[in-house]
Write a protein of this length. Structure first.
Length: 363
C-alpha cells in the first residue's frame, strides 16, 4: 500500500492526478503541468514535499559528527538558522544522498533528506555515532509523534503570498536571507527551494498542514505537482538523486565539486577516494538544436568520446529540449555534439548546466 502525506485528501479534493512516487501517493499535476510550471516562473506555486524526511540531530557532538559525515564543511555554519547543501558519501566517494543541513545551535541541527533514500540514510547515519564514539541522537520527523509536513512555496511572488497566509511570520520572513531558516511558533520557515526561483520551504506539524495549504491557496498560490517540479529543477540545473547521481557516482562527476570542501584537511567519509580518483567526467548542459526530445540515458557522441544524458526533457520556459549530461572530461561549453535518439544522431550544443534562474533564460 502506498504511503500518504498529510495533504493527500487535499490533493484528491482538487482533482489531482495521483501517481506512485517511490512508494508515496503523490500529485503529478492538477490539470496542466505546463500551467503549473509557468505559475512558479511568473507568479507563485506550491508543492507538497511532505514525503521528504526532516531529521533532527541533538547532542554535544553534533558538529564533529556532521564534520565527518558530510563532504561540505559545517564549520561554515556559525549563525543560527544558516543552511548548507552537501552530499553524504560512502567510503568509495559515491553519493549516498544529497541533503540540506540547518544549524540551530551547537546541540541541535536539522537535516532534510530525500524521500526514497530515507531508510538507507538513517541506517547509515545511525551506525556512525558508535563507530566514531560521538554523542549524537538522530530523530526522523516524517511519521509518528512529532511528524512534520512540508510545503514548498516558490516563485517571484512567494514572499507576499506566504506573508498573507502566515501573518504572524511576516517580521521573520522580512529578515530571512536566502539559505537561512527561522522558527516561528510551530513553523520552521526556510528560504530554500528546488525551482531556481525565490521561495520558502515550510515545515509544520502534520495536523496543521491542510490549514496552511488552504490559506496559501486562498492567497492565490497555485497547487503544483511532481511534473512541474521536475521541469523547474531541470531548467535550474539542479540534480535529482537517482538520475544525476547515486552511490556509484562521485560528486566531482555530478557537478557538485562546489559542495566538497577538500582544502581544510578534514577527514570526512569518502575524502580519500575523491583525492585518489579526482574528477573523471564533466557535468554539463545540453540544448537540442534538431527536432526531438532529450531523455535520461540517451547516448551523447562527442569529439572526445561518448557520454550519457542523466536528466532531460522539454523546457516550458525556453520551449526547447534540454538536458544534464555526464560527458568526457575536456568537453567545453559551446561544443557541438550529437545525441542518439532512437538510433538517429541529432545535433545538440553544450551549455552551462543552468538554463533558467529567476524567470529568465541564462543560456
Amino acid at each position: 500500500m502506498l504511503k500518504k502525506t498529510p495533504l493527500n485528501a487535499a490533493h484528491c479534493a482538487l482533482g489531482a492526478r495521483m501517481v506512485d512516487f517511490g512508494g508515496w501517493e503523490m500529485p503529478l499535476h492538477y490539470g496542466s503541468q505546463i500551467a503549473e510550471h509557468h505559475a512558479v516562473r511568473n507568479d507563485c506555486g506550491m508543492f507538497d514535499v511532505s514525503h521528504m524526511c526532516p531529521v533532527d540531530l541533538t547532542g554535544v557532538d553534533c558538529r564533529p559528527f556532521l564534520s565527518r559525515l558530510l563532504a561540505n564543511d559545517v564549520a561554515k555554519l556559525t549563525v543560527s538558522g544558516k543552511a548548507l547543501y552537501s552530499a553524504m558519501l560512502n567510503e568509495a566517494g559515491g553519493v549516498i544522498d544529497d541533503l540540506i543541513v540547518y544549524f540551530l545551535d551547537e546541540r541541535r541541527f536539522r537535516l532534510v533528506i530525500n524521500a526514497g533514500t530515507a531508510a538507507k540514510d538513517l541506517a547509515w547515519m545511525r551506525a556512525r555515532p558508535a563507530e566514531w564514539q560521538l554523542d549524537v541522537s538522530i530523530a526522523p520527523r516524517r511519521e509518528g509523534d512529532g511528524a512534520f509536513a512540508m510545503i514548498a512555496v516558490q516563485g517571484p511572488n512567494a514572499r507576499a503570498r506566504v506573508e498573507q497566509a502566515l501573518p504572524q511570520a511576516k517580521a521573520a520572513i522580512a529578515e530571512l536571507k536566502p539559505f537561512f531558516a527561522a522558527e516561528v511558533d510551530r513553523c520552521f520557515i526556510a528560504r530554500t527551494g528546488y525551482t531556481g526561483e525565490d521561495g520558502y520551504e515550510i515545515m509544520l506539524p502534520a495536523d496543521e498542514a491542510e490549514t496552511l495549504w488552504n490559506a496559501l491557496k486562498a492567497a492565490g498560490v497555485a497547487p503544483c505537482g511532481l511534473g512541474a517540479r521536475d521541469t523547474l529543477r531541470l531548467e535550474a540545473g539542479m540534480n535529482l538523486y537517482g538520475q544525476d547521481m547515486d552511490e556509484s557516482v562521485s560528486p566531482l562527476d555530478a557537478g557538485l565539486a562546489w559542495t566538497v570542501a577538500m582544502q581544510d584537511g578534514r577527514a570526512f567519509t569518502g575524502r580519500a577516494a575523491l583525492a585518489a580518483k579526482g574528477q573523471q567526467k564533466a557535468f554539463l548542459g545540453l540544448i537540442l538544436r534538431d527536432k526531438g526530445v532529450l531523455r535520461s540515458h540517451q547516448r551523447v557522441v562527442t569529439a572526445l568520446g561518448e557520454g550519457e544524458i542523466t536528466s532531460g526533457g522539454f523546457s516550458p520556459t525556453l520551449e526547447q529540449s534540454i538536458a544534464l549530461a555526464r560527458l568526457p572530461l575536456g568537453t567545453q561549453i559551446g561544443d557541438s555534439v550529437e545525441v542518439d535518439i532512437r538510433g538517429k544522431l541529432l545535433r545538440a550544443e553544450v551549455v552551462k548546466p543552468v538554463f533558467v534562474r529567476h524567470g529568465k533564460a541564462v543560456v
